[in-house]
Design a protein around this ligand. Structure first.
Ligand SMILES: C[S@@+](CC[C@H](N)C(=O)[O-])C[C@H]1O[C@@H](n2cnc3c(N)ncnc32)[C@H](O)[C@@H]1O
Length: 270
């Protein structure tokens, strides 16, 4: 992560976290969780829950899962993100979600009948070994017949037409926040670096804070994902465009969602 110099006393490295929900305010967390619940009921041979959420971020899905009354353990590598989740749950007076900081490989709990990793979590994994370890760690913590659901970039679509530049401006009370997304793609290594430049202005349009946050995304192809799942004892039940769950995904769909099922009686050394 890199941080630009700030014209205010606001710590610039916090800007991305502070405005994450504003940046993604068009994401329909409640609808996504309703769809996840339906898919889990459709594909699981076990009752839905307890749920393991990997990469909970600021807790958009966590909140909606907790509202359904399902038991939830949420985990994220990024402590700043987890703090936002904790605050969001407290604001909604939800106290029965277990939060963990760290990689799923270190999680001591198991026995989950549903695992989710929503909004590109697997694209944060830097290499094939990381992808395989990730699925193996999840699979080993799931009940046989349980379901895993995650969405991600479709590497085939993204490599054919790499992500470009995007600008958006959001008004939040007295503040105007502008986001400028830049991406640089290395086709050979299947990687994109995404950089969000964030500027906050007051009502007089004076710049009061600025910062930027970069992260690397691996553009996994569906075959790489399916191979890693299979090696971890997860059968592939479905792969659809993210918001068209009745269709089969193809090479044109940028965002795809997988449903997998833990095969009977499989554990794999981690
Ligand atoms: C784009 S955010 C999505 C957050 C949230 N699921 C949402 O939908 O808003 C991806 C999150 O995954 C987390 N993450 C990435 N790799 C992870 C891993 N191996 N284990 C746990 N969390 C991870 C990141 O820290 C980040 O918070």
């Amino acid at each position: 992560m890199s941080v630009m110099s700030s014209p205010s006393s606001l710590p610039t490295s916090d800007l991305f976290y502070q405005y994450y929900d504003a940046l993604f305010s068009n994401k329909e967390y409640a609808l996504e969780v309703a769809a996840i619940n339906r898919l889990a009921k459709q594909w699981s041979s076990a009752k839905v829950g307890p749920v393991l959420e990997i990469g909970c971020g600021t807790g958009g899905h966590s909140l909606e899962i907790a509202k359904l009354g399902l038991s939830l353990t949420a985990i994220d590598l990024d402590l700043q993100m987890l703090k936002q989740t904790r605050k969001k749950l407290q604001d909604h007076k939800i106290y029965n979600v277990t939060l963990h900081h760290g990689p799923v490989e270190n999680l001591e709990e198991s026995g989950f009948s549903l695992a989710i990793a929503m909004f590109n979590v697997i694209n944060y994994l830097p290499d094939s070994e990381g992808l395989q370890n990730f699925f193996r760690a999840i699979s080993n913590r799931m009940l046989s017949g349980g379901v895993i659901i995650f969405d991600c970039w479709n590497g085939v679509a993204a490599l054919r037409s790499p992500p470009g530049e995007k600008k958006s401006v959001i008004r939040l009370g007295e503040e105007e926040i502008s986001f400028h997304l830049l991406s640089t793609t290395d086709l050979f290594r299947q990687r994109t670096i995404l950089t969000y430049a964030i500027e906050v202005r007051d009502t007089t349009e004076k710049l009061v804070a600025a910062g930027e946050q970069s992260f690397m995304q691996t553009l996994w192809t569906p075959m790489q994902i399916m191979d890693a799942m299979t090696m971890a004892g997860l059968e592939i039940s479905n792969c659809s465009p993210l918001h068209d769950l009745n269709k089969k995904a193809d090479h044109n769909d940028w965002k795809i969602q997988f449903v997998g099922r833990k095969r009977e009686q499989t554990t794999h050394p981690e």
